[in-house]
Design a protein. Structure first.
Length: 343
């Protein structure tokens, strides 16, 4: 076994780096950028698998010059034309991930592909979609995503779409579940071998996925609502169900999802990890940093980018999380679900 292979032990189930790179100068890439995820930083920390989200902010595609990071537009119903433009943007991002491959990083579509990459000392990139609304009611598009190498789909972002309803502070929205098409999509994702991701989904949609899916599901980047009451986080009942389902929840490093005042410390990440273990079991916790999906202002003793992950493991150890449990959080829990689902 190569020394590099032995050191590769981090699986991160969510980052928005590819979406960010699409907005960066043409010369920037995974090799050369000022973002949280960069190839040399991943090598330093021992990244085994990095999930790359093809994220679209669909409202911003209401014009043909839409910008996926234009957050200034007011919430409103999204037209079919906007969804179609967002669909094309997703395909462009998936192609961009392919273009980023080199001798150090390679796309994988199955657990076996990950093992092959590991044997070669290469980091694995897994393509995902964050905003299932790009299907726009067409199940054939799901097949197109699969053929493009997409192996995880976050069913909703922050808007109602053809699959269901998003997380919300409005209880009437949170109670809403999947649409009939959403249920059909979950079933088809099971058949294809795609991970069903419930981060951003309404509570009602979460419970529908638990009931409908025949495979373990994941919340790729969500924390514990008992510790931080943001609706993007999971209740204790959800964490228990996720554990019983064999699924995982990836710890999200966005400060607003870690503590009520948003002034998070690394210990808050460990605090959520410990709570999730106590509630859902040690097999339920994974990593889903959400790097490059939020503004991460550099500061001391914080996880400013992926190269600072050692701070997280140290904080977990101080909280009494055992080395064996930390190994599960780093990679083993996520790899178990990948092996069970991805084909």
């Amino acid at each position: 076994m190569k020394r590099r292979e032995m050191m590769m032990n981090l699986v991160d189930m969510h980052c928005d780096t590819i979406s960010r790179l699409m907005q960066c100068p043409a010369q920037e890439s995974l090799v050369n950028n000022k973002l949280c995820i960069r190839l040399d930083k991943m090598e330093k920390v021992g990244t085994l698998v990095q999930f790359f989200a093809c994220f679209v902010h669909a409202v911003s595609y209401e014009t043909d010059k839409g910008n996926a990071w234009n957050q200034g537009m007011k919430d409103r119903a999204i037209t079919a034309a906007a969804w179609d433009r967002a669909w094309q943007a997703v395909l462009d991002m998936a192609a961009r991930i392919d273009q980023e491959q080199n001798e150090k990083i390679n796309v994988a579509c199955s657990y076996e592909d990950i093992l092959k990459n590991q044997e070669q000392g290469r980091i694995t990139a897994i393509k995902t979609v964050e905003e299932g609304g790009v299907l726009n009611g067409s199940l054939s598009r799901l097949g197109t995503l699969y053929e493009a190498g997409i192996r995880l789909m976050t069913l909703t972002w922050n808007y109602e779409n053809c699959l269901g309803y998003p997380n919300s502070r409005d209880s009437s929205v949170m109670e809403q579940g999947l649409t009939a098409f959403g249920a059909q999509t979950v079933e088809r994702m099971n058949e294809l071998g795609m991970l069903v991701d419930v981060s951003h989904l309404s509570d009602g949609g979460f419970w529908d996925c638990i009931q409908i899916s025949r495979q373990p599901i994941c919340a790729s980047h969500s924390n514990a609502r008992a510790l931080c009451s943001h609706p993007r986080n999971l209740t204790d009942e959800m964490l228990k169900a996720l554990g019983e389902n064999g699924g995982v929840a990836g710890l999200n490093f966005y400060p607003a999802f870690l503590c009520e005042n948003g002034n998070a410390a690394v210990d808050d990440i460990a605090r959520h990890a410990l709570h999730m273990i106590q509630v859902g079991g040690e097999d339920v916790v994974a990593i889903g940093t959400d790097f490059d999906g939020f503004d991460n202002e550099p500061r001391e003793s914080w996880v400013n980018d992926v190269s600072d992950m050692e701070l997280v493991w140290e904080a977990m150890y101080r909280r009494g999380i055992t080395p064996r449990q930390i190994d599960k959080i780093k990679s083993q829990n996520a790899l178990r679900v990948i092996k069970a689902v991805m084909k």
